[in-house]
Ligand binder design. Structure first.
Ligand SMILES: [Zn+2]
Ligand SMILES: [Zn+2]
Length: 172
């Protein structure tokens, strides 16, 4: 949502609280596209300080993600809080792509700020449950649902190697 902050720019110390709900289709994360399952609820308090506008925000949403271990899709709830600076104008230091600026009409597309902070708060890996057993590396079955016998095969393979070793020994 584009937010107009002209109202608080008149005096230092002025605050404005804005709450809204928006819907993001997807977000880029680690080369993947994550889909949103629920709308994004945003609450933001903007404060006019001398140099910048400081915004303190709370964001809640639910994403559809895939478990890193078992590949099952599951809802990932996010509830984040962050603070961000919004520069009133490009100062003598010049434009910095990592900084948010007010546009000439004193507005900011706050969704861009929200999206950035959602991405910053995502985990390295999504796991559906701490106890998720994942997929069997041999047969690919979901070990949360079924228990395969592949582990015994691994053991058998080791025995086979040992057997070959002894057989080679005999040949010499
Ligand atoms: Zn899982
Ligand atoms: Zn298996």
């Amino acid at each position: 949502m584009r937010i107009n902050l002209s109202g608080i720019l008149k005096d230092f110390g002025r605050e404005e609280t804005i709450e809204y709900e928006t819907y993001f289709d997807e977000i880029e994360w680690e080369g993947e596209k994550l889909k949103f399952k629920e709308p994004v609820k945003v609450k933001a308090v903007f404060t006019n300080t001398k140099d910048d506008i400081i915004v303190s925000s709370e964001v809640n949403t639910v994403l559809n993600v895939k478990c890193h271990r078992c590949l099952k899709e599951f809802p990932y709830e996010m509830s984040i809080q962050f603070e961000e600076e919004i520069k009133k104008s490009i100062n003598s230091a010049g434009f910095d792509k990592d900084v948010f600026y007010l546009d000439e009409d004193n507005t900011i597309e706050f969704d861009d700020v929200v999206k950035m902070h959602i991405v910053l708060n995502l985990p390295m890996r999504f796991i559906c449950d701490v106890g998720c057993k994942g997929l069997c590396s041999k047969c690919g079955q979901n070990l949360n649902i079924i228990s395969c016998t592949c582990k015994e095969d691994v053991f058998d393979e080791r025995l086979a190697v040992l057997k070959n070793f002894y057989e080679k020994d005999k040949e010499v």
